[in-house]
Design a protein around this ligand. Structure first.
Ligand SMILES: *[C@@H]1O[C@H](CO)[C@@H](O)[C@H](O)[C@H]1NC(C)=O
Ligand SMILES: *[C@@H]1O[C@H](CO)[C@@H](O)[C@H](O)[C@H]1NC(C)=O
Ligand SMILES: *[C@@H]1O[C@H](CO)[C@@H](O)[C@H](O)[C@H]1NC(C)=O
Ligand SMILES: *[C@@H]1O[C@H](CO)[C@@H](O)[C@H](O)[C@H]1NC(C)=O
Length: 566
């Protein structure tokens, strides 16, 4: 046992004895405090409740497990979650004892977080890390992904693994939200609606409170789009702000890990903890030596005097989304922002025509996936390369290449023989030039902007993707009730009530500013609260349902020790 664990152990028993000796006679029945509704509960609200002894992390894990059970494979069968962490309850119990004895480690102590299934967890947890593919089932990563190690050190509990577009949408031309292991996930905002992707399960789970928060990953749109579709806040950090070590990759040049949450404040708390330099991912060496405390950016007046540019050519093309976006400009002005409209990218034509990203991602996928697999301690299926994965999928077609919708592995096939040749390096240089110098940075400079704003569903993710620059998305609106639901193929692409988001884009490592702008807008609008998931997709289990014992606390130990009445 570690030093801290030993002392936690003994302190707990001493306190327990004291409680029985002196506490019993004075035990008072607490008037039950109203417990947070897990559909919406924030990290801070849950942390307060945990600290005051109103409920425990064990209660939280039990409640989330039960909520997942209600909607994942039963009822609306949203298929948001692939695996539960078999160690979560044990970890929660240990963290509860530690809280009672030594106090909380910080804002994430005992808070359950769900991880996209391409983010590795140490084998001792008992979970798989597979990017949704049977090809990596039973594979053993050498360690936690760095972001998971940071969450663990902060006292967070990995609740399980979220479904995703298999291989983060790099296998083929597949409906969003499908993986061989997880099946076809769907949005909780309309039956059978496309959840968008690739962090589909993370989006669904966060939206309806299957966990306090989730992590997603983005290469081009994979955090921002499912956050937009699921009425969430999503942060796609600058490449290098959060480590990708232990994350099943598409591209070391574009991949990034970020939070998907119900509020900007929750996203800021998580980003502060998962960000930072990591010797295992040398792209992080470009990030600032000290990670800012992003919660310090949460100021309601953060938009005062801020110049925001509107690159109209990149709007979504969906009339309802673009109309809501135009209406948001009025709100932003009321909040003190100066709107520069239009503020077109000087290289918009080239950006829209460029296929450089495809050239880069093809080669990166081949080499980076191979490198990830080579770093695993065990791979029971024996796959090593994209060529092996293609053969594996053919050999396991009934699980992986499922007709009628899910048979494609065209991207694997297209990437199988790619090389990092001169054309690749030219495409990578062109991407940086198009996305950074002549793209986002030029637009910011020409119009003297602090940030760029767009609907999340426009051409929004691509300039930031090829630049490796940040985006934050907040809820903007919902498809109106008179929209006609499209027919399922296999998911519905548009329907009444489907949410969409507003994105703020900036230069490298400008997350602190962007978090502030997003917070100011969120606090003025609270769009998320204006519409809920469809009734069957709202889990019913709440903390009270899993807290069987009535809790009593001694008058002198309030907040320190909470005992079930014998
Ligand atoms: C992980 O995969 C192994 C098979 O390799 C399986 O036995 C185990 O149950 C899986 N874990 C979970 C939680 O599904
Ligand atoms: C990153 O690390 C690799 C080896 O792990 C090394 O070959 C490469 O030069 C490093 N790149 C940078 C930019 O430091
Ligand atoms: C890459 O971008 C450059 C600059 O716009 C362009 O000239 C070139 O045609 C692009 N290449 C591809 C493959 O799209
Ligand atoms: C890749 O190369 C292998 C070996 O030369 C070949 O069998 C395969 O058909 C090639 N794949 C594609 C998509 O061209």
């Amino acid at each position: 046992m570690q030093q801290r664990e030993v002392s936690v152990f003994w302190t707990f028993f001493v306190l327990l004895a004291l409680q029985f000796l002196f506490g019993g006679a004075h035990a008072i029945l607490r008037i039950p405090a109203p417990l947070p509704d897990l559909y919406e509960a924030s990290i801070t609200e849950l942390q307060d409740g945990l600290n005051q002894g109103h409920f425990t992390s064990v209660d939280l894990v039990k409640a989330y497990f039960s909520r997942i059970e209600e909607v994942n494979l039963q009822g609306p069968t949203l298929r948001a979650v692939i695996e539960l962490n078999p160690s979560a309850l044990k970890q929660a119990a240990e963290l509860d004892i530690e809280r009672q004895t030594l106090g909380p480690r910080g804002p994430l102590h005992g808070i359950p977080i769900l991880l996209k299934d391409n983010i590795a967890t140490h084998v001792s947890d008992g979970m798989n890390t597979t990017a949704g593919s049977f090809a990596l089932l039973g594979s053993v990563p050498p360690r936690d992904a760095t972001v998971v190690a940071k969450l663990r050190a902060a006292g967070a509990i990995s609740l399980g693994k979220a479904n995703l577009c298999e291989w983060a949408h790099s296998r083929g031309n597949l409906p969003s939200g499908f993986s061989g292991r997880g099946g076809q996930s769907t949005s909780p905002y309309f039956p059978l609606a496309d959840p968008l992707g690739s962090s589909s399960g993370s989006g669904i789970a966060s939206a309806i409170g299957l966990a306090t928060a989730t992590l997603g990953t983005e290469t081009d749109g994979s955090i921002i789009l499912p956050s937009s579709r699921q009425n969430l806040v999503g942060i796609k950090p600058t490449v290098g702000l959060t480590s990708r070590a232990g994350v099943i990759p598409i591209s070391e040049n574009q991949d990034t890990v970020g939070p998907m949450t119900r509020s900007v404040a929750d996203a800021a708390i998580i980003l502060t903890i998962i960000a930072g330099r990591d010797p295992l991912d040398n792209h992080t060496l470009a990030s600032p030596a000290r990670v800012p405390d992003f919660t310090k950016a949460l100021k309601k007046d953060a938009l005062k005097g801020v110049r925001l540019g509107v690159p109209r050519r990149f709007l979504s093309g969906d009339p309802n989304i673009d109309k809501a976006f135009d209406a948001s400009l009025v709100t932003l002005k009321e909040l003190g922002a100066i709107i520069v409209d239009p503020a077109e990218f000087p290289d918009a034509d080239e950006l829209l025509a460029s296929r450089n990203e495809t050239v880069v991602l093809k080669a990166d996928l081949k080499f980076d996936v191979q490198k990830y697999i080579a770093g695993l301690l065990e791979v029971p299926t024996g796959v090593k390369t994209l060529t092996d994965l293609i053969a594996f999928n053919i050999a396991h077609a009934s699980e992986e290449l499922v007709p009628p919708y899910w048979t494609s592995q065209s991207q694997f096939i297209a990437a199988e023989n790619s090389t990092r040749d001169a054309a690749y390096f030219a495409a990578l240089a062109a991407d940086h030039d198009l996305g950074r110098a002549r793209g986002i940075d030029a637009t910011l400079a020409i119009f003297n902007l602090d940030a760029i704003i767009l609907p999340a569903d426009g051409f929004t993710s691509t300039p930031a993707a090829i630049a490796g620059y940040p985006i934050i998305t907040v809820p903007l609106g919902f498809q109106p009730d008179n929209v006609k639901a499209t027919s399922p193929r296999p998911t519905i692409s548009n329907a009444p009530g489907l949410p969409f988001g507003l994105s703020f884009l900036g230069t490298a490592f400008s997350e602190f500013k962007l978090v502030g702008y997003a917070f100011a807008y969120e606090q003025a609008t609270h769009t998320r609260l204006k519409r809920s998931a469809f009734p069957a997709a709202i889990p019913k289990t709440q903390l009270t349902d899993v807290m069987k014992e009535v809790r009593f606390v001694g008058p002198h130990s309030e907040g320190l020790l909470v005992l079930p009445m014998a």
